[in-house]
Design a binder for this molecule. Structure first.
Ligand SMILES: C[S@@+](CC[C@H](N)C(=O)[O-])C[C@H]1O[C@@H](n2cnc3c(N)ncnc32)[C@H](O)[C@@H]1O
Ligand SMILES: [Zn+2]
Ligand SMILES: [Zn+2]
Ligand SMILES: [Zn+2]
Ligand SMILES: [Zn+2]
Ligand SMILES: [Zn+2]
Ligand SMILES: [Zn+2]
Length: 497
């Protein structure tokens, strides 16, 4: 059966986190993740391994049932294939190349746009038929501008911060006294930190970039970049590379560490939370203290709040809207549905993260945090209720605030979109929306999924940009295609035989 039908709710797919038992087979992206396909009505589902990093089989086709017997020959072929897909140079070699490149005269500094590499003089002839550009000293310090953003939406989704968001993050972290920033999938933040140090106006900050995009390895030294996969906490450079992280996390000189992660938005929350916990655990062990937590900022769409809090309960969602240069659809300052859905989730005390007044944020003294201008405090709920940036309204029958587009429906006994499939049980399942069964027999009833009843992800309402697919709640970054929003579900595009 080819499982590309996201509406098929007769089964669900969950990630089974590694428990230290049998090691998972590896694809070119490190250890694969174990998934469990749970069919309707059955307790135990069939398990299979698939790539942790790629949600499209075109990018990584690894598939293996957990109970498959894999022949020696196939294992060898797999190993050879994995090796052939690794970067052409080691981090050490990239550093040596960078040093040589930096010492070249300006007119010999060339970057091949086709191959996305800095070229040394001896390599020029091999790239003579390719498009290449000159590289100024300023460009060399801004790799995120020089490199073409990976637009592979299903795997890398390289959306780069606007100056507004990057500077807000940087200024906030500096003001909070952090001197070491662990940049997980945030290359632009890392380069701004380095540029800020060059200004010599502030106390210098250290940064370490962990990213799967090894093109960044060309620009950084060994203690500034690790080729890393955040879905399985895999260091492609092995022990030497994870030792770099360990050294960075050590606060021996009193320099406070903070981790900032901006994973691809379609990524599964559970493995991400697991990797981040492992990093936090390493930090804790080094600190030799059990009652402190590594300060974290996880940047992700608001509708993942329940999932993130399930994985990392100490994180709180802030109202700040993070926006991106190369994402035309969501920009700060727009209203209604055009606002960016991306927020900060942090264990830093919300009252300490001062959101810019000039952009319309204000402090709510009751909630003890900064909120967006349209997020009005509701005296009845005793909180600032809005999640999506629009002004929510209180429904006295439901006893809570709801989205502005919702109306109270007498027959459903709750607020919903005016054109919702009305009447519980009359038109399919109220839990997941399927027309094939009723709520009582919903196979997803007890699973940890975003419930349609909640204010987050009613699949009828397009504006929340989320598409709930069985147990895998896949948030999907809507792609602007003309006037319509194309929703990309993921993970279920895996072919399950
Ligand atoms: C949404 S972008 C964030 C970029 C960030 N906003 C910035 O401006 O620096 C996601 C980043 O995560 C990286 N990434 C994607 N998949 C990854 C993975 N499996 N492991 C580590 N990094 C990954 C991408 O290369 C990209 O840099
Ligand atoms: Zn893979
Ligand atoms: Zn080339
Ligand atoms: Zn409030
Ligand atoms: Zn209310
Ligand atoms: Zn209501
Ligand atoms: Zn109704």
């Amino acid at each position: 059966m080819d499982v590309t039908e996201e509406h098929d709710d007769s089964f669900g797919i969950e990630v089974v986190l590694p428990d230290g038992g049998k090691p998972a087979p590896c694809c070119p992206h490190g250890p694969t993740l174990l998934f469990e396909k749970v069919a309707k009505g059955s307790k135990e589902g069939r398990r299979f391994y698939a790539c942790s990093a790629c949600r499209d089989r075109k990018d990584c086709s690894f598939f293996q049932w957990e109970d498959d017997k894999v022949s020696e020959a196939r294992l060898l072929a797999r190993e050879a294939d994995n090796k052939s897909k690794q970067p052409p140079f080691t981090q050490q070699e990239y550093c040596n190349r960078f040093r040589k490149f930096a010492s070249l005269p300006l007119d010999e500094k060339k970057f091949c746009q086709d191959c996305q590499v800095l070229l040394l003089p001896a390599e020029l002839s091999a790239h003579s038929a390719h498009r290449s550009t000159a590289v100024s000293a300023a460009q060399l310090r801004r790799p995120s501008v020089l490199l073409r953003p990976l637009d592979n939406k299903k795997s890398n989704a390289q959306y780069l911060f606007t100056d507004r968001s990057a500077h807000f993050l940087l200024d906030t972290l500096a003001a909070l006294g952090y001197r070491k920033v662990l940049c997980v999938g945030t290359p632009r933040l890392q380069e701004l930190i380095k540029l800020r140090n060059l200004e010599q106006k502030h106390e210098p900050m250290k940064s370490l970039l962990l990213d799967i995009d090894f093109r960044y390895a060309q620009f950084y030294s060994q203690d500034e970049f690790c080729h890393y996969n955040m879905f399985n906490n895999h260091f492609f450079g092995g022990e030497a590379s994870s030792a770099v992280l360990k050294a960075f996390l050590r606060e021996s000189d009193g320099e406070k560490v903070v981790m900032v992660a901006d994973p691809p938005f379609g990524g599964l929350v559970k493995p991400l939370a697991h990797s981040f916990s492992l990093i936090a655990q390493t930090w804790k062990t080094l600190k030799n203290s059990s009652d402190v937590e590594l300060p974290v900022m996880w940047i992700f769409p608001y509708f993942f709040e329940p999932r993130i809090q399930e994985g990392l309960p100490s994180l709180t969602m802030l109202d700040y809207q993070v926006d991106y240069d190369n994402h035309a659809l969501y920009k700060h300052g727009k209203t209604g549905r055009k606002q960016s859905p991306v927020r900060l989730f942090t264990n830093i005390s919300p009252r300490d993260v001062v959101l810019p007044k000039e952009e319309g944020y204000r402090f709510c003294s009751v909630c003890d945090r900064y909120v967006w201008s349209l997020n009005k405090h509701c005296a009845k709920c005793n909180l600032c209720p809005s999640k999506d940036g629009r002004e929510w309204k209180h429904c006295s029958t439901c006893g809570k605030c709801v989205k502005p587009s919702w109306k109270h429906c007498q027959s459903c006994g709750r607020c919903a979109l005016p054109d919702h499939p009305c009447g519980e049980g009359k038109e399919g399942c109220f839990n997941c929306g399927s027309l094939k069964h009723k709520r009582k027999s919903c196979p997803l009833k007890d699973s940890h999924r975003i419930n349609r009843r909640e204010n987050y992800a009613p699949s009828q309402e397009v504006d929340c940009s989320v598409y709930v697919t069985s147990t895998v709640s896949s948030a999907v970054w809507p792609q602007a295609t003309g006037n319509s929003l194309e929703f990309r579900a993921h993970w279920l595009t895996l072919t399950v035989l």
